[in-house]
Design a protein around this ligand. Structure first.
Ligand code: ATP
Ligand code: MG
Ligand code: FE
Length: 341
């Protein structure tokens, strides 16, 4: 009934408790951004070491804040993959050990299932079936979702993930790591008419994506424009805006296509990029115009967090999922291998 969630797949330590009756009762996220910023990207070994340092104190903090003691926890959910294997091992080892010590079941959660189910933590929650657009740092996937654990991948990125494209383009624009939110901020004061980026793979049928060309397009535009620009700062904002427009447009086109092909009328967005304001606005407008409905997690539940892991674990434990004492995090783990809950 009450599940402790532990997320350590990348550079955030996320801890939360989900209660089947009361909902989300407490949560905390610690971001390692400052540690990795000086390297311009996540350094796996530093990530693992910092999870070792942070996970247990955060669990103590969350239990204290929620007024719960370990005896009132009925299960432990930890992220078992996909992600950085060293970072995953920290959460898995600790989660599995705590569950053993407390005499409760443990469950290894698929990180992307966590993202995918996060909109169900909101009110109103979307009913099944729906189409899910997962847009994060490592994934861009359209999924036909008919229930918990019933996932059919409709399309995905053949190269860079949407978030990855945001981060790489931000780097090209000299923005600090992690660049996605910074690029979105810069794009706010950009002129959308000045540059036009391509909408990759929208001129042919299908639901796959390709975003790596956009970053190359950004690089070429920077090289051609910035050296002679009268106002280089405005030019950077204009490029950021054109890039964002292209990603948003592409995602909107493919989502409408996915709704049409599946016949579903509900669309959920999840993963870090779903925090993007312009994406939400444009997706709402397009899907509503087509008679559908969109659902998102609150921005803090779009990026990595413990709440989505606690919730996905709660769903699995409730469905009777049992796991042996041995645990095995997976760096790669196709979501379609999951069994229905
Ligand atoms: P995955 O979930 O695929 O393993 P991840 O856990 O690293 O990858 P998330 O934490 O879900 O990814 O999301 C982080 C990504 O979201 C980063 O690429 C970041 O730049 C991007 N992002 C966050 N906020 C925004 C925003 N407002 N606009 C665009 N991108 C954003
Ligand atoms: Mg992260
Ligand atoms: Fe994630």
């Amino acid at each position: 009934r009450r599940v402790l969630g532990i997320e350590t797949s990348c550079d955030e330590t996320g801890i939360a408790v989900y209660d089947g009756e009361r909902g989300l009762v407490a949560q905390a996220v610690y971001s390692q951004i400052e540690i990795h910023a000086q390297y311009g990207g996540v350094v796996p070994e530093l990530a693992s070491r910092d999870h070792v340092r942070k996970t247990l104190p955060l669990i103590r903090q969350v239990l204290e804040e929620s007024g719960l003691d370990p005896a009132s926890i009925d299960g432990v959910a930890y992220t078992a993959g996909p992600g950085l294997v060293g970072a995953l091992l920290v959460g898995a080892a600790l989660g599995r050990s705590l569950a053993w010590a407390w005499g409760v079941p443990a469950v290894g959660v698929h990180h992307m299932e966590g993202h995918l189910l996060a909109p169900l933590l909101e009110d109103p929650a979307p009913a099944f079936p729906f189409v899910a657009l997962l847009v994060s740092g490592g994934h861009t996937q359209l999924v036909d979702v008919t229930g918990v654990g019933r996932y059919r991948i409709l399309g995905e990125s053949l190269d860079d993930a949407a978030g990855e494209a945001f981060d790489k383009t931000a780097k090209i624009l000299d923005l600090p790591y992690p660049g996605g939110p910074e690029l979105a901020k810069l794009a706010e004061r950009g002129n959308p008419e000045r540059f036009r980026f391509p909408r990759p793979m929208t001129d042919r049928p299908g639901l796959d994506f390709s975003f790596s060309g956009l970053k190359t397009f950004a690089l070429n535009t920077v090289r051609e424009t910035l050296p002679e620009a009268l106002d280089p700062d405005q030019a950077r904002a204009d490029i950021a805006r054109a890039f964002e427009e292209a990603v948003v447009d592409t995602l909107v086109i493919k989502c409408r296509r996915a709704l049409q092909e599946t016949g579903h009328r509900r669309l959920i967005l999840a993963g870090g990029v779903s925090a993007n304001r312009r994406l939400r606005e444009r997706m709402n407008a397009a899907v509503t115009a087509a008679g559908g409905e969109t659902f998102y997690p609150r921005p803090s539940l779009c990026t990595d967090n413990g709440a989505m892991i606690a919730y996905a674990g709660w769903q699995r434990l409730r469905a009777g999922h049992v796991e042996p004492l041995a645990f095995k995090p997976r760096a790669r783990w196709p979501m379609e291998e999951l069994t229905p809950a």
